[in-house]
Design a protein around this ligand. Structure first.
Ligand SMILES: Nc1ncnc2c1ncn2[C@@H]1O[C@H](COP(=O)(O)OP(=O)(O)OP(=O)(O)O)[C@@H](O)[C@H]1O
Ligand SMILES: [Zn+2]
Length: 725
């Protein structure tokens, strides 16, 4: 007998193919089963989805193709997982198939059942205790129970919780959440996550925990702590990672371990939110404010927001943690709103002073009173010099890599513009190149001005490369306590391209081989540096003049996180007789961002920002989406957006009267890689109205895109809850 099954497959983006495709199968297949199906001339991975659409057989004359293969070795994906995928597709305006398939490990896409069977094959009898044995249906607990018993009495490295940590831990035990753990930098949030995880894992031998961090570069340190804590207790295989820095075989291995239940703890970046975790009981989102949780291409999902949804849907507890929560989460945890339970840990671990007294002192340098053109003001230089001489470390931050953001000819005003983008090419002195950071276009630095021949072309502005050079010059006669000259190192995207190089460079910092570290925001957050006692932001002002209403929030966050890298080891600070400091060089010392920062007063900053958002009708008091169009010309991009607005009116789409559609405008960086970009903001006071409107609109956008007059369009996309506008 033949059955009809609906399958979610990844069809080419924006193609005419609908949500799910129907296939014929000789046997009934459970929803969630992984299959291979033919599509055109190709064969694709797919997931059997719920509810066949044509239970009474096919309409006359319709012939279905057959499922090509069933990946039987893998148990079907759970209903909860499918619900998560379905929700994400619906919310972020993408197809179920796209989200489902991209959520699976890439290697699975090309594997035949035979290859998979070999991959999962039971070990040869000669090696009875192979890891792969565990991947067969065998419950992981059998393996883990033994070490657990042996170690239960041991667990030697359990630190005593601080009073604040204990209180928070009890609250997490006694309430269902979601929780916003608002804890200062260095207050020991990670220890709380570890305890909460342990409680859950001890209580139920099958329970699984998902811990998310914003960036890959933060996973190794966290992984070490989790493995150190849990491997002795639950076995070596109990902790796995999931992030894009892993090889495909590693990703498949982690994914299978999570899906089959051997992995009790999954650590990962935003993609891990889609991991199949049949016994998910706790989700931790560390540094929940971080923009990296928002995917910026394809399905533009927020892993943090999906964590909240997934927790509610499966009954898992959710802990969001941050020293500088997003205004959305801060608002949601306002006692009057009460959607999240806010938990406070104001004090740093081991500090003598409590609350913000334990945080570094913030010093503002008024740059209008300093020598013109000085990158480092004299008082800041003195402070760094003193630190070097005492053997302490300093961190200097600048969010711009390269040597200078642009080369410039003073005679004819030529600038090193990218020929393909509306942006400058950045001057990289190390390899004498001009590089566009938007499209990657790279050229040799010209010997003379390409436009007038003037040999004297100058770098304009500063990048991290230049800061490093400048610091080396300024510190050339300064000695460390051991008599060696001061050492300046730099960490940014340019120095960390090679795999493992970031870890290596961080290890050098931890080992004390570096006196002054120059870096971008990459090193400003998350790291548990032990000997840094001074952090300096040398040119943070530009963010104050951004047109994006979220810019002040981002700047405040970044600086507060950066400050959090100083003086983290109270004992070291005391032994040194040092005073941790955060230095900010600014032309606008009275700015509200800086005055709040000076007092480490996040709540005051949040209150003021939320009031502004309320007055202006902005998120979290309103809901936004962006429709973007990329085309060969700006006119074509905007024409598509205008037509989209028109069609929404003509069709009188549902909830149109509740959605405000702004006119199309060019994006801030209007042209990238010869493609012109325009966008249109949509705003509504009600989330579900916006969503329903978008869902109804989608088919019209697909239809418009197919019209001959919109042929110059390269792509269009919808970004729900955009982070930058
Ligand atoms: N109860 C405790 N007793 C002693 N040391 C602790 C305790 N809790 C945490 N620590 C140590 O304090 C340091 C800071 O903790 P942790 O890294 O968890 O801070 P955090 O709150 O995550 O900070 P950030 O937000 O800056 O990342 C770590 O080195 C950690 O090992
Ligand atoms: Zn470019």
């Amino acid at each position: 007998m033949s059955h009809i099954v609906n399958v979610a497959v990844q069809t080419p983006a924006h193609s005419a193919v609908g949500e799910l495709l129907s296939y014929r199968s000789d046997e009934p297949l459970l929803p969630g089963t992984l299959v291979r199906v033919p599509l055109g001339k190709r064969e694709l991975l797919g997931v059997v989805w719920d509810a066949p659409s044509a239970p009474d057989g096919l309409p006359e004359g319709v012939e279905l193709r057959s499922i090509a293969a069933v990946l039987r070795e893998i148990p079907p994906l759970s209903r909860n997982w499918r619900r998560l995928v379905g929700f994400a597709a619906h919310y972020y305006q993408r197809s179920v198939g796209e989200i489902a398939v991209t959520a699976l490990p890439p290697q699975l896409r090309d594997m035949t059942p035979e290859q998979l069977a070999r991959r999962l094959a039971p070990p040869k009898p000669a090696k009875p205790k192979s890891k792969k044995a565990a991947l067969k249906q065998e419950p992981a607990i059998a393996e883990a129970a033994e070490p657990a018993k042996a170690q239960a009495a041991a667990t030697p490295d359990l630190v005593a919780l601080s009073a604040e940590q204990s209180l928070v831990f009890e609250q997490i035990e006694q309430n269902s959440g979601p929780f916003l753990l608002y804890g200062s930098t260095g207050s020991g949030k990670t220890e709380v996550y570890l305890r909460a995880a342990q409680a859950v894992l001890d209580a139920n031998p099958e329970a699984q925990v998902l811990v998310m961090v914003p960036e890959i570069n933060l996973t190794p340190q966290l992984e070490e702590r989790f493995v150190g804590r849990f491997a002795p207790r639950y076995g070596k295989e109990s902790v796995v990672s999931m992030h894009s820095g892993m090889t495909n075989p590693q990703r498949l291995k982690s994914w299978l371990a999570a899906h089959m239940g051997q992995a009790r703890i999954v650590l990962g970046t935003r993609m891990a939110i889609f991991a199949s975790l049949p016994q998910l009981t706790l989700i931790v989102v560390d540094e929940e404010h971080d923009a990296s949780y928002k995917q910026q291409e394809g399905a533009r999902y927020s892993a943090r927001d999906l964590a909240i949804w997934r927790g509610r849907d499966t009954g898992a507890k959710v802990i969001l943690g941050s020293a500088t929560p997003s205004l959305e989460s801060w608002h949601a945890s306002d006692p009057e709103v009460g959607r999240y339970l806010r938990l406070n840990m104001p004090s740093r671990i081991g500090a003598t002073g409590s609350g913000t007294a334990s945080l570094p002192k913030v010093r503002l340098v008024d740059m209008t009173q300093q020598p013109k053109r000085a990158v480092f003001s004299p008082p800041l230089m003195d402070a760094i010099t003193e630190r070097v001489q005492r053997g302490e470390q300093s961190l200097v931050l600048l969010n711009r890599r390269g040597f200078a953001p642009v080369l410039f000819c003073a005679d004819c005003n030529w600038k090193s513009d990218c020929p393909h983008c509306s942006a400058h090419q950045v001057f990289h002195k190390g390899d004498r190149t001009l590089r566009c950071h938007h499209c990657g276009f790279t050229q040799r630095v010209p010997f003379a001005c390409p436009s007038c021949g003037n040999p004297d072309i100058l770098p304009l502005g500063k990048g991290t490369e230049q800061l490093q050079e400048e610091l080396e010059r300024l510190l050339r006669n300064v000695q460390r306590p051991d008599g060696d000259p001061a050492r300046v190192a730099r960490i940014d995207a340019d120095t960390t391209k090679a795999k493992g190089s970031l870890e290596e460079q961080l290890a050098q910092v931890h080992a004390g081989d570096v006196d002054v570290l120059v870096g971008t925001q990459m090193v400003a957050k998350g790291h548990d540096f032990r000997r840094i006692t001074l952090v300096a932001a040398v040119q943070p002002d530009s963010a104050l003049y951004s047109s994006d209403y979220r810019a002040p929030e981002r700047l405040f966050c970044l600086l507060m996180q950066a400050a959090g890298r100083a003086g983290r080891d109270a004992q070291y600070v005391k032994a040194q007789g040092s005073h941790p400091e955060m230095w900010i060089q600014t032309h606008d010392p009275q700015n509200a961002v800086y005055t709040a920062l000076r007092k480490h007063d996040y709540p005051a900053f949040a209150r003021q920002q939320l009031q502004e958002r309320l007055d202006a009708g902005m998120p979290p008091y309103a809901f936004q989406a962006i429709v973007r169009a990329d085309a060969r010309s700006q006119e074509a991009a905007q024409a598509f957006l205008s037509a989209a607005t028109q069609v929404a009116r003509d069709a009188a789409l549902p909830h149109l009267d509740e959605v405000f559609i702004y006119p199309p405008i060019p994006m801030a960086v209007q042209r990238v890689a010869n493609v012109e970009r325009a966008q249109m903001l949509l705003e509504a006071g009600n989330r579900s109205a916006l969503l329903r409107f978008l869902n109804a609109w989608q088919q019209y956008l697909h239809w418009l895109r197919g019209l001959p007059e919109h042929r110059p369009l390269v792509r269009w996309l919808v970004d729900v809850d955009p982070l930058s506008i």
